[in-house]
Design a binder for this molecule. Structure first.
Ligand code: DAT
Ligand code: MG
Length: 150
């Protein structure tokens, strides 16, 4: 139950603006375990797979260019409710509609520069983790989990 995983990424605008530490910190202090962490220069092929469900959208070419405009800080969080809580912490896709206190509300204004990504389902998370990090992520134990979980 505490082993759910989500794929989170700080997009190139977030990396350039120096938000990687702040965004990773929010997930760490919430209690999630960081399982993997890497700066990636994603290929077009990887992004077409990552965003396969959006391939028909008018903004798709712009999205591909945006995601290749610089490195992406990709990471994996593990913990209770990782997918749903991860999405809640990012905020609504359009920062104009994101609730205050969410990452997108606190650091973004435009939907096309919304700073971060998070998996939208457990199945998507599995797919995205495998795509960005490969199949065999190594886990580790933390003594602090005994304090975070009842
Ligand atoms: P999310 O990233 O919240 O899961 P999504 O999967 O629907 O949202 O879209 C992926 C990204 O594509 C999103 O973070 C920003 C961009 N995007 C989505 N809708 C857009 C739109 N209407 N105009 C421009 N960019 C858009
Ligand atoms: Mg999405």
């Amino acid at each position: 139950a505490n082993l759910e995983r989500s794929f989170i990424a700080v997009k190139p605008d977030g990396v350039e603006r120096g938000l990687v530490g702040e965004i990773v910190r929010r997930f760490e202090t919430r209690g999630f375990k960081i399982l993997a962490l890497q700066l990636v220069h994603p290929s077009e092929e990887l992004l077409r797979e990552h965003y396969a469900d959006l391939a028909g959208k008018a903004f798709f070419p712009k999205l591909l260019a945006y995601m290749q405009s610089g490195p992406v800080a990709a990471f994996v969080i593990q913990g209770k409710g990782a997918v749903k809580i991860g999405r809640a912490m990012l905020g609504a896709t359009n920062p104009q509609e994101s609730a205050p206190g969410t990452i997108r509300a606190d650091f973004a204004l435009d939907i096309g520069k919304n700073v971060c990504h998070g998996s939208d389902s457990v199945e998507a998370a599995e797919k995205e983790i495998a795509l960005w990090f490969g199949e065999n992520l190594k886990s580790y134990t933390r003594a602090v989990d005994a304090v975070i979980y009842e």
